[in-house]
Design a protein around this ligand. Structure first.
Ligand code: GRF
Length: 193
C-alpha cells in the first residue's frame, strides 16, 4: 500500500452522516502516541449530523457538503482533502456511496466500518435483517473500500452473540461498543503496528 508511517502521523479525514460515535472513538485513538493517524478533517453530507459536535469539541476542521449533486459535492470534497493534505479516509456511518473515480483517486486509502459480519448483510437496515433471519451471531467488519458496496478486502471482524430478546436497537448498541474497539485495531493492523 502507498501508505507509510514516518515520524509524522498520517493526515486523515473521517466522513460521517449521523451520530459520530465511531468518529469520537477514532479521535480518541488518534491522540494516542501509538496511533499512526491524526484526524485533521471531518466531512459530513448532513448539516445536522450530531457527530459534527466533535469537530467543535476537539477543534478539528469540520465541513458540510451539499449532496444535491454528487459529482459537485465530490469535487468540492476532493479540493478540501487536497487543501488539508489528507492522505487517508475513514468512513464512519457515511450514508453516501463514493463514485468509482473518487475511490480510484484514493485507492487503498479508504476504510469503512459495517455493522455485520461481511460478506453477509451488506447494505442498509442490517440489524433488522439479521434479527428477522434468526441469526445467532452478528458483528462488525472493517474493510477497504472498493467500487462495490461493502465488498472491499476485509481487515478485521468481531463476532457478537445475539440473544433471543435482542431487538435491532439493543443489537446495534452491543455492536457499536465493539465497533469502537475494532476500527482503531484495524488501523493498527494495516500499518503493521
Ligand atoms: C455504525 O454502526 C457503522 O458501522 C455504520 O453506521 C453506524 C454509524 O454510527 N456504518 P456512528 O455514527 O459512528 O455512531
Amino acid at each position: 500500500m502507498a501508505l507509510s508511517v514516518g515520524s509524522k502521523k498520517i493526515k486523515t479525514a473521517v466522513f460521517i452522516s449521523g451520530t459520530g460515535s465511531n468518529l469520537k472513538s477514532l479521535i480518541k485513538f488518534s491522540k494516542l502516541k501509538k496511533s499512526p493517524i491524526s484526524i485533521n478533517l471531518i466531512v459530513s453530507n448532513n448539516p445536522k449530523s450530531k457527530g459534527l459536535k466533535y469537530g467543535k469539541r476537539f477543534k478539528i476542521k469540520s465541513k458540510f457538503f451539499n449532496y444535491k449533486k454528487k459529482s459537485i459535492a465530490e469535487k468540492k470534497i476532493i479540493l478540501e482533502l487536497k487543501k488539508n493534505k489528507i492522505n487517508f479516509i475513514c468512513l464512519a456511518g457515511f450514508m453516501k456511496i463514493l463514485s468509482k473515480n473518487f475511490i480510484k483517486s484514493f485507492k487503498g486509502k479508504i476504510l469503512n466500518i459495517h455493522p455485520s459480519l461481511l460478506p453477509r448483510f451488506k447494505g442498509l437496515n442490517t440489524h433488522e435483517r439479521v434479527i428477522k433471519n434468526n441469526e445467532t451471531y452478528s458483528g462488525c467488519t472493517v474493510h477497504f473500500v472498493n467500487s462495490k458496496l461493502d465488498s472491499g478486502k476485509i481487515i478485521l471482524q468481531k463476532k457478537v452473540k445475539i440473544n433471543k430478546n435482542d431487538t435491532p436497537r439493543t443489537l446495534s448498541k452491543k455492536i457499536l461498543i465493539q465497533e469502537h474497539k475494532l476500527y482503531p485495531k484495524a488501523i493498527l493492523k494495516i500499518f503493521n503496528l
